[in-house]
Design a protein around this ligand. Structure first.
Ligand code: NI
Length: 655
């Protein structure tokens, strides 16, 4: 077995084999729901040394009759359970939400007298129109600790075709124990009218006539795409090599990202993924203060990947891959066409017209795009990874879908707007919220020994070295330990983080490196003493750096669901390990702070966030000097390279 084979995505056969072992050992059964199944990756250091490893699968299981849950690792090849841990829910938290929980809440709530009375008081008596929206419970009180909880809102769906998000029944929150099927609490806090206006964006009758005048845009690649894809997920494209994988929790996972330099494949990243994303809501009202959703750790977003449609979701010469995840029963579940691979034009790569020598040259950039889309409740997210000819790696989230709605409480006594939500349509509110992502970047810049420097622009005081006061410089600060490396971005100083390898020099004698460019948007907007701050401490800093440890995978911990907090990055970095010339992992928080606009309703135009990584002293010059001139028919003959001459004159006259 090769390194690639050791790390490739779990197969349907492995899922089936793993399930059979668990059943034989009494760990799977009729009441046991499979929350998560994925590859338990080998220790990187051992894998890189030995070149292969036994394939192991990790399952997170919950018995919905007894509320017992397990974290189990099996070896299909050795036909045995390798390890099994029964969770102590009060300490460990719970395994992620299972599909069953979505289905049962409506059934339970529809029979609850207190909720029925709350609805009747609002004139809502037709049960067939009342949709119950189950939401992860967040932090529990002492009385509820250890229970498996969902908190639920109600929405009115007037007809089967109606968009229920347009009609929130605000002020009522129901807390349910999904194991005992008990309603523990009905909060009936405030009686606000249910917003009446529809938001049926999917119906032509609601939207109105289509805009006219759109001429077709067709993308054609008559000779096919420039990438090749191997059976084990190895993807090669114009100097880039990487291994593509898919996980039920994280979605796309890349291993062994290398870039070609004069025939040598040089390592950049050992493993890259989006390891968590969290959506905290900023309305502290009694009925919705708990709204903080961890879409990886609580909901396992990879399992909610969409099947993509050619020509609608993706354009051009597309290669699709299916995603294989575990279903609720542990059997393989195939999501057809979940992963989209294509290349696209990316504008100008480099260009110059030289007035002195008359030379004119220009090259077009293109990028390899690997993406997938998920729907998690009301929101839809596209996860797009871009690899470009200039050596840059970019990650972009495309956030769209329907914003979470509320009933807008109206203006306050002094005439000022409600401070925690926007009004999107008459009486329809959208609570302010954030979308905070954590990229886990297990760096390997030309080897395992890497260091991180913080670079930023700095004024130089007037003095003998700067008599005119016009001097400015870039400061370089080495982050030596994990506590040094808990950093915020600062766009006013152009703050970036350089990951370098002190053992490998570029041709000018400097350390080879790669720079992370953050967008520098707000981190978590919650009090340091708040529950969500404890549960999502990762999101309070743009940067964390840790020493590699194979079990440290998720920045808010392994079991985020109903976890009291403190797990993941804050716990690991308490050891304050050395990260200078060490095997390191970067954790980068980025995201959107969303004050919804009227224009975000009824379906939100895509908003984006992400980050960029670029080589920095890694190559000896612009790595895209070998890109040939474009041969596209769309390039006019006059647009091709000129070696120098009369054009110089012509342009010089204008200059
Ligand atoms: Ni949003």
């Amino acid at each position: 077995m090769t390194v690639a084979a050791s790390l490739s995505t779990v197969t349907a056969a492995e899922l089936a084999a793993s399930r059979a072992i668990l059943e034989r050992e009494g760990l799977a059964g009729p009441d046991v729901h499979f929350s998560y199944v994925g590859l338990q990756e080998p220790d990187k250091r051992e894998l890189l040394k030995s070149g292969s490893s036994d394939r192991r699968l990790r399952s997170m299981l919950v018995n919905m009759a007894t509320n017992e849950s397990w974290d189990v690792v099996v070896s299909p090849a050795e036909d045995r359970v390798v390890s099994s841990h029964k969770l102590d829910h009060a300490v460990d938290g719970q395994v992620p939400v299972v599909v069953e929980e979505f289905h049962l809440v409506e059934e339970v709530i529809h029979e609850n007298p207190e909720w029925l009375a709350a609805m009747a008081r609002r004139g809502l008596t037709d049960l067939s129109t009342l949709r119950v929206n189950p939401l992860s419970g967040g932090v529990l009180s002492d009385a509820e600790t250890g229970r498996r909880i969902q908190r639920c809102f109600t929405f009115v769906q007037k007809t089967p075709d109606d968009l229920g998000w347009a009609h929130p029944v605000d002020g009522v929150t129901v807390m349910i124990d999904v194991v005992t099927r008990e309603v523990l609490e009905v909060i009936d806090y405030v009686d606000l009218p249910v917003p009446a206006e529809d938001g049926n964006f999917h119906l032509a009758s609601w939207r109105g006539p289509d805009r006219e005048g759109l001429k077709p845009i067709e993308i054609t690649q008559p000779q096919g795409p420039s990438f090749t894809l191997g059976q084990d997920g190895t993807l090669s494209w114009l100097g880039w090599n990487l291994q593509l994988g898919f996980d039920q929790r994280e979605g796309l996972v890349f291993h062994n990202i290398t870039i070609d330099d004069a025939g040598t494949a040089r390592p950049v990243i050992y493993r890259a993924s989006i390891a968590e994303m969290m959506v905290p809501y900023g309305d502290p009202s009694p009925q919705r203060w708990f709204q903080n959703f961890f879409d990886c750790g609580e909901y396992l977003l990879g399992g909610y990947a969409n099947s993509l449609e050619l020509g609608c979701d993706c354009v051009g010469d597309i290669t699709y891959l299916d995603a294989i995840v575990a279903g609720n029963d542990g059997n393989p579940h195939v999501i057809p066409q979940a992963i989209c691979i294509h290349e696209e034009d990316a504008g100008i790569l480099w260009k110059h017209f030289d007035n002195w020598n008359g030379a004119s040259a220009s090259r077009r950039n293109r990028r390899l795009v690997v993406s997938f889309f998920v729907t998690v409740g009301n929101y839809d997210y596209g996860f797009y990874w871009y690899f470009s000819l200039d050596g840059s790696i970019e990650f972009e989230v495309k956030a769209t879908g329907v914003v979470f709605t509320s009933a807008y409480p109206g203006r306050q006594a002094d005439g000022s707007p409600y401070p925690f939500a926007s009004e999107l349509a008459p009486g329809l509110g959208a609570p302010y919220h954030q979308h905070l992502f954590s990229a886990r970047l297990d760096m390997m810049v030309d080897g395992l020994g890497n260091s991180v420097d913080e670079l930023e622009a700095a004024l130089v005081p007037r003095g003998p070295q700067n008599p005119t006061g016009t001097g400015f410089t870039q400061t370089v600060t080495r982050l030596r330990t994990e506590s040094d490396a808990k950093r915020l971005a600062d766009n006013t100083r152009g703050r970036v983080w350089l990951v370098s390898n002190p053992s490998v020099k570029n041709r000018l004698g400097g350390d080879v490196g790669w720079v992370l460019y953050p967008e520098g948007k707000p981190v978590l907007m919650a009090d340091a003493d708040s529950d969500i701050h404890k549960r999502a401490t990762f999101s309070t800093r743009h940067l964390w750096v840790t020493e590699y440890e194979p079990t440290e995978l998720y920045p808010a911990g392994d079991f985020v669901n109903l976890h009291p907090g403190g797990a993941g990055l804050p716990a690991w970095t308490a050891a304050d390990r050395n990260i200078d010339d060490a095997d390191i992992v970067l954790w980068h928080t980025f995201g959107l702070t969303h004050f919804p606009r009227i224009e975000d309703w009824p379906v939100m135009p895509v908003d984006t966030c992400g980050f960029v990584l670029k080589p920095h002293g890694f190559f000896g010059r612009n790595p895209a000097m070998d890109i040939p001139e474009s041969t596209s028919d769309h390039c006019a003959p006059g647009g091709h390279d000129h070696g120098g001459n009369e054009h110089a004159h012509e342009h010089h006259d204008h200059a």
